[in-house]
Design a protein around this ligand. Structure first.
Ligand code: ATP
Ligand code: MG
Length: 213
């Protein structure tokens, strides 16, 4: 049995066509079902439906052989024991720094001011500002980050942005770009060694499907 860990919503929506190209069709829609283990048309392949941030953990420990996870989630997790062979080019967005329009970000950077940064992505935020020699006070949040600058919890946030509609709705603007984000196919290194005959054809099918998009 090959087990693939996925998250619902955006990732499943963009993954389903890639799975289909690899000959795998879920027996029910994870967005409608309450089941956490979903069978497929392929008797040797099943799907685990997880919270996005938990996908690397299941793959790292071998509870899933394969997974699909955002680059943001992989960097925050650390990626131990995980092989990342393929950028699937789905769920694309950018990791950005955003602030209230009144906040002088460029001035703060130039003057080396201490910056109050709120984010769910603490490793990405810490590394980014450390590489620039900036001192920050980092505030860990779990969601609704746009609120933080509005109520003076932080000067800036580090968050994923695609259309920018959420920032705009809350009166924030982007002030810096950290990195491009997309989702990757990830593989448990030990599973790949022990079951290359089962897993490699799936990797090849995904790779072909991505190259055709
Ligand atoms: P939750 O929304 O349940 O708190 P989450 O934010 O981790 O969890 P999703 O919103 O489903 O989960 O995001 C899953 C992945 O999709 C993220 O890890 C990221 O790689 C990508 N993603 C997040 N926001 C966007 C976006 N606005 N546009 C495109 N891709 C995104
Ligand atoms: Mg989300």
């Amino acid at each position: 049995m090959i087990t693939i860990a996925l998250s619902k919503g955006r990732i499943f929506g963009e993954t389903a066509p890639l799975l289909a190209a690899a000959g795998i069709v879920a027996s029910e829609d994870p967005d409608k079902s309450r089941k956490l283990i979903i069978a497929t048309n392929h008797p040797g392949v099943r799907l685990l439906i997880l919270r996005a941030t938990d996908v690397p953990t299941y793959v790292q420990h071998g509870a899933a052989d394969l997974g699909i996870a955002g680059r943001d989630v992989l960097i925050e997790h650390g990626g131990e024991n995980i092989y990342q062979p393929l950028d699937l080019n789905i769920a694309r967005c950018k990791m950005m720094v955003a602030a209230r329009p009144e906040f002088d970000y460029i001035g703060a950077v130039q003057q080396g001011s201490r910056l109050r940064v709120a984010s769910k992505y603490v490793n990405i935020a810490r590394n980014y500002f450390a590489e620039r020699g900036m001192h920050i006070d980092l505030i860990k949040l779990y969601g609704s980050m746009e609120l933080a600058p509005l109520v003076n919890l932080a000067d800036v946030i580090v968050d994923l942005v695609s259309s920018g509609a959420t920032l705009k709705a809350n009166g924030l603007v982007t002030v810096d770009e950290i990195m491009d984000i997309s989702s990757y196919l990830i593989v448990n290194q030990t599973a790949l060694k022990l079951n290359r005959a089962g897993i490699q054809p799936l990797l090849d099918a995904f790779s072909l499907a991505v190259s055709k998009k």
